[in-house]
Design a protein around this ligand. Structure first.
Ligand code: ZN
Length: 107
């Protein structure tokens, strides 16, 4: 889980390329553990409230990794990549056409 804000790192800073079409199973074929979606959804909603109110510590520039099997959270820093094709100093992605599919996005 992360918060993406202008000036901070973007999704492409972490995952440079979208996976090839069909490489990752869709939620409809692999399934979704509803309790995990609920856990992450509640946390994301809390982050939105924090951002809107300007309170607390922002997750911008951080990635929260949740391991449900060990009931543990880990937060790692994610810097903005100056070579990022989307938000870098010389971006090559200027629109969303042809840069990955949303077919693997669950929800
Ligand atoms: Zn970026």
């Amino acid at each position: 889980m992360a918060t993406y804000k202008p000036g901070g790192p973007c999704y492409r800073c972490i995952y440079r390329e979208a996976p090839p079409e069909g490489h990752i199973p869709t939620c409809s074929s692999a399934g979704v553990l509803g309790a995990i979606a609920g856990t992450m959804g509640a946390m994301q909603a809390t982050e939105v409230v924090k951002e809107v109110l300007g309170i607390g510590e922002s997750l911008s520039g951080k990635l929260v990794i949740y391991d449900a099997l060990s009931v543990s959270f880990r937060t790692v820093r994610v810097p903005r990549d100056p070579g990022c094709p989307l938000c870098g100093d010389h971006p090559s992605i200027t629109d969303l056409s042809g840069h990955g599919s949303t077919a693997n996005v669950c929800g």
